[in-house]
Design a protein around this ligand. Sequence first.
Ligand SMILES: [Zn+2]
Length: 491
Amino acid sequence: MFFQEENSVGPQANHISQRGADPISEIQFKTCVIINIDGCRKDLLYRLIDESRMPVLGKLPGGSLRFANAETVFPTATFAAQASGLTGVYPCRHGIMSNMWMDRRGEETPVYDYTGSFFDAAKVYRYNLIGFPTLVFADTVETGLADSHLSDGVKTIYQAAAENNLTSVTAFHQFEKGASRRVRPRPSDMIRYFFGNYFPGQFEVFDESMTTRLITDMQEHGTPDIIFIYFAPADGTDHWQGEKGQEKYLEEVINFKLERIIEFIKEKREPDSTLYVVYGDHGHSDVSEDKEHCISVKWMSSVIGSVPGFERISHHSARGKDALIAPEGGMAAIYLKKPGCPNWGVLPDEEICRKTAENFIREGNGRLGAVAYRTGESLEYRLLAGNNPMNINTDAIISKINREYRHINAPDVMLFSNYSEGWHFYKQPLMATHGNINPGDLEIPVIFYGKGIKSKIDTIPVQIVDIAPTIASAMGFSMDNTDGKVLNIKE
Ligand SMILES: [Zn+2]
């Protein structure tokens, strides 16, 4: 960062001044504040802003560009989508297949579950958990578990920024690769987050800790060029309390935490050259809040069991098994071992995947909205929607899946629960979830604020992978080889 001054009087500066008549090239943001709200419902956030119930956003300087048609990647699961937001590439390139996935060709075929097991969740935040039930957190991990799974050759926005001598800080996020400073939750925060699922008041304490620790970090070490603020509990409030719960959380908690952080940054970095970006990683859809609409692993195993060659199912362990089910909200991933093959590295034939998918459609009995299956080594998927109870645009969805998700570690069969009748794959009743292929899960809020940003509600289709390259471009560097494009955000 000490080289910036030199550059500004070097040949590049002369070059820019020669083009000085063009107002667009003059606006180059020196600071970017990225505000990521996990699981934020698009229409809800936009309505709260319009009703002046998120005043912190209304007070941001400059124009405000809101995208009305922004969508996340497939699958609509936090880890896959968060990685795409930071790298600008689809899951088939960054390799984070979902919150749960199996490394099909890895030694011992490991299965990762970033959120379901406390051990893996601790590793995401660079802790090792030793000695259950005493919960001793050992500080021995240098790279977070999810970070370590990002494909080589894919860069985070922090890495691209660092190559251009820009500094960054990230707060409480699952992906920190390349960030100059990484503020992570304390063990007590992590335990609190887990308790938040049962005692919602704990979520606010968690975000209070994130806010305080991020500000303390910036007080002690300076305010960097890129600041990534992550409100994780917005997702949990919606799962457990539905849209009303998220609405209350945005208005009564996030607004005020964010205000404290932004007030701090405004004093340290020039407001006129600060870009603010607000986005979510996936949406949420309401489901029936009763035990009857939880689609059980037992039922799924019974359907897979009817395919010759497959008998046992196990959750979370692939070794010695013939099939594996990973249920996540609106989607259940099914991995099938090729019959007669000793290991998981060989993909099952199209026929076995198709038959499994057809069996699920036939025996679904209202539970399923659609089923996708893989057609073999081409890694391409087909979609069966039966009588299409969710009214899915099947052509658009299958193109999206094939564009973003063709990867050896993607599942062989994917079940999508029928939201129209309230079905989901979570093990216990909840009010809302995601992971499915319907508009509610796919749509995300995306807003840019800053001096020189156009004030508009833009209806062009935007994707989560566009965010990182757009920020990079607005700050004067580029992210090579992304799937996303640079959006036109300037006046
Ligand atoms: Zn969630």
